[in-house]
Design a protein around this ligand. Structure first.
Ligand code: PGA
Length: 266
C-alpha cells in the first residue's frame, strides 16, 4: 500500500507529514519493513531498536498482522528496547517488558534471547554494569539497523530527559539509570493511577547508542507533540530538548508526523 505524504527537510532531516496517526504508523511500518529486508539481504539478519508508549502501538499491530498473514518472520531479527522503569518486575503490567510482550513478542516468532529489554530487577549495585553490557551487546550484534523513536512533550528520547549539559557531553551519554522529568511523570500518571505512583526512575539507552543506529525513525502524532517537534526540527541543538540532538546525525533521520504534530512547523 502506498500512502501519500508531504515531504520536506528541516535541519537536514527528512520529514514526512500525513493527515493522521493511522497513516503515520503505516508509513513507519513500510520503512521498518524495508530496513529489515535490506539488512537481511546484506547480512542475513536485522537488529531493531524498539520504543514503547502509545505512539508505536499501532506500528506493532501492523507488524503482528504482517507476521500473522505470513509476510514477516522474526526468526532472524534481534531487538533492543529503549527503556524500562526501575525498579520494576517484568511481570508488572506497567513494565515495558510486559508492554512488549503484549504488543509484539507474544504474537511473533522472535527468539526470547534475542528480544532485549533493560532489566528492571537488577540490584542497584549492578545497574551500571548491566547498562554498560546493554550498550556492548548492541555493538557486538553489529549495531542497530534502525532505531524507532517517540518524542516526549518535553523533547525526551527514550528516557534521556532534558538536561543542562553541554551538547558535546550529552552526545556521549551512555545507557544508564535516570530520574524521570516532571512532564514525563505527569504523562505516565494515568497508567500508574496518579502522578505520585509513577516510578520515578528508569533505565534508558543513552543518546550515544541511539545516534549510532544506522537509521533513525521518529514518529510523532498529536497536537500535544507539536511544540517539541517544531523545536527539535527547527530550533537550536540543545540538551535541554534531547530530540534536537538528532540534528547531529541528520542524514540518517526520518521524522513521520501527522498534521496535528506538524502544525508548529513553518
Ligand atoms: P507516547 O510517548 O508515545 O506515549 O506519546 C512518547 C515518548 O514519551 O517517547
Amino acid at each position: 500500500m502506498s500512502i501519500p505524504f508531504r515531504e520536506s527537510d528541516y535541519s537536514g532531516m527528512k520529514v514526512l507529514v500525513v493527515p493522521d496517526a493511522w497513516q503515520a504508523s503505516l508509513i513507519a511500518v513500510e520503512s521498518i519493513l524495508k530496513v529489515i529486508q535490506s539488512a537481511q539481504d546484506e547480512r542475513g539478519r536485522a537488529v531493531l531498536g524498539l520504543a514503547t508508549g502509545s505512539t508505536p502501538e499501532t506500528v506493532y499491530a501492523h507488524l503482528v498482522e504482517r507476521h500473522r498473514t505470513g509476510f514477516l518472520s522474526f526468526q532472524n531479527i534481534t531487538t533492543y528496547n529503549l527503556d524500562e522503569y526501575y525498579p520494576i518486575s517484568p511481570l508488572d503490567p506497567k513494565s515495558y517488558r510486559s508492554y512488549m510482550h503484549r504488543h509484539l513478542f507474544s504474537h511473533v516468532d522472535i527468539a526470547p534471547h534475542r528480544a532485549h529489554v533493560l532489566d528492571g530487577t537488577v540490584p542497584e549495585a549492578y545497574v551500571a554494569e548491566h547498562a554498560a553490557q546493554f550498550d556492548h551487546w548492541i555493538e557486538a550484534d553489529g549495531g542497530l539497523d534502525v532505531q524507532l523513536l517517540g518524542i516526549g512533550r518535553n523533547g525526551h528520547v527514550g528516557f534521556n530527559e532534558p538536561t543542562d549539559l553541554p551538547v558535546e557531553q550529552a552526545l556521549r551519554l551512555a545507557t544508564r539509570l535516570v530520574e524521570l522529568h516532571m512532564i514525563t511523570r505527569a504523562d505516565a500518571a494515568r497508567e500508574f493511577g496518579g502522578v505520585d505512583h509513577v516510578i520515578p526512575r528508569a533505565l534508558t539507552v543513552g543518546v550515544a547508542s541511539i545516534l549510532a543506529a544506522r537509521s533513525i525513525l521518529m514518529i510523532a502524532t498529536g497536537a500535544h507533540k507539536a511544540e517539541a517537534v517544531a523545536c527539535a526540527l527547527n530550533g537550536p541543538m540543545t540538551a535541554e530538548l534531547p530530540a534536537s540532538l538528532l540534528q547531529t546525525v541528520a542524514d540518517k533521520v526520518t521524522w513521520v508526523l501527522d498534521e496535528p504534530a506538524a502544525q508548529g512547523l513553518p
